[in-house]
Design a protein around this ligand. Sequence first.
Ligand code: CUA
Length: 147
Amino acid sequence: MDRAEKLVLGMASALLVVFLSATVFAVARLDITLPTCFTEMEPFDEGEVIEHSEDWYEVHYLAAMWFFEPEELEVPAGATVDLYLTSDDVLHGFQILGTDVNLMAVPGTVNYKRVTFDEPGEYRIVCHEFCGIDHHWMAATITVAER
Ligand code: CUA
């Protein structure tokens, strides 16, 4: 092996050890938890929209063969929306097109993501995990209204 190759391999290995040590130190000594989107919430068996205020909505999305509940949601532009997501049967995807929301609906657990829709318009939610014969029809809509 070339001397330069050995040097690069050695440096890469040393960096891996540094990163792994920093992660273990952060979890064990600094009490920093690794990021996750899973919650402690008990899985639910129906969708729900909770309006805490005109600027804060909590939405429980249920994914099932082959729909999302609620299928339609309307919120005002700029409102904070806390999304909770679970599945009633198999694995489903949950992607809100045009945003960074991309979750998995996992049976037996609840995923979470906070999102703010600044631009009014119609946002399509699609299932991006093959879940059966009607997977390609599985969708829902969020309408963001002007203030
Ligand atoms: Cu649900 Cu694909």
